[in-house]
Design a protein around this ligand. Structure first.
Ligand code: UTP
Length: 280
């Protein structure tokens, strides 16, 4: 475990992917700006980082995604939850420094994280994948355990859709021994899948740098994590809350519905409309 001083204050949010699952919309609108209930899909990861104590957010953008950075540079406290009500734009932007680095070509998530190395500047840091909207603050759960990754239990037949970890218990904590990308269900070492929340020490960059591009010319973050676990302890924290994959239409709909049903002003009306549709 790193000391309190080592508690990450920087969040890296990669948004330079191709978004093929959102074609044709993503050809002209970044998927991160699609609405999930009343806000943009990426704003939930941004807010999660702020609430977990980050005061600097680095977006890794592709050359065509300046709109995502602009959106957050103009971000107002009123775009966030009720706790931020009354906070001025200046106050919010004094509290959190927002900037971006460019990934010229989509060469994989690992490569996107490597693009942020210079800005991370040898400090511990968090990574949040904005495609995953968590209804509870998963990043906060990792902060004191850095370096760590958030895990979720998946059903047997879904093991082949995720990165699955092999782990053992050590002093009451889960230590990761290895990771397997999309294994066949019977060969998977567990049912614990990696979600899109991580905290790292800067040594992860050493491993990202030595990796050769794999399938599709991509550098995978999980490959670097495998090497990392051989040298440094990486902890797994189990998340039991609701998670929506807004990287594709199904998850965006369920996330919107989840937020809408929880909205004190609209939840009841939405529930009634959904019930009417179900009764049809
Ligand atoms: P995904 O592979 O899940 O998303 O990457 P994608 O590439 O954007 O979308 P699909 O799969 O084509 O529909 C996970 C995260 O990593 C970022 C993505 O933006 C997403 O937040 N990423 C991925 C990059 O920033 N650069 C890359 O080269 C690849």
């Amino acid at each position: 475990m790193v000391s309190k001083e080592g508690h990450p204050k920087i969040a890296v949010i990669p948004v330079a992917g191709r978004g093929t699952r959102w074609m044709p919309i993503s050809r002209s609108v970044p998927k991160e700006l699609l609405p999930v209930w009343r806000r943009t899909s990426a704003s939930y990861a941004f807010e999660e980082a702020l609430r977990a104590g980050c005061d600097e957010v680095i977006f890794v953008i592709s050359p065509g995604k300046h709109d995502v950075l602009d959106h957050f540079l103009r971000f107002d406290a009123s775009d966030l939850g009720p706790e931020y009500e009354g906070m001025s734009w200046e106050n919010l932007h004094e509290r959190v420094r927002i900037h971006a680095c460019i990934q010229e070509e989509a060469k994989g998530l690992g490569h996107a994280i490597l693009c942020a190395e210079h800005d991370v500047a040898n400090r511990p840091f968090a990574v949040l994948l904005p495609d995953e909207v968590l209804m509870e603050n998963g990043l906060m759960m990792l902060m004191d355990e850095t370096p760590a990754v958030l895990l979720m239990e998946v059903p047997f037949e879904q093991r082949s859709n995720y990165g699955i970890v092999k782990a053992h218990e050590e002093n009451g904590r889960l230590r990761i021994d290895d990771l397997v990308e999309k294994p066949s269900p019977a060969l998977a070492p567990s049912s614990l899948a990696i979600t899109g929340r991580y905290t790292f020490t800067p040594e992860i960059f050493d491993f990202l740098k030595i990796l050769q591009p794999g399938v599709g010319g991509e550098i995978q973050l999980t490959d670097a994590m495998r090497l990392y676990t051989q040298k440094y302890p990486l902890h797994g924290i189990l998340y039991r809350g609701m998670r929506h994959d807004v990287g594709q239409p199904f998850g965006l709909l369920t996330a919107s519905l989840d937020f809408a049903l929880r909205d004190p002003d609209h939840g009841n009306d939405i529930r009634q409309i959904v019930q009417k549709m179900l009764d049809r």
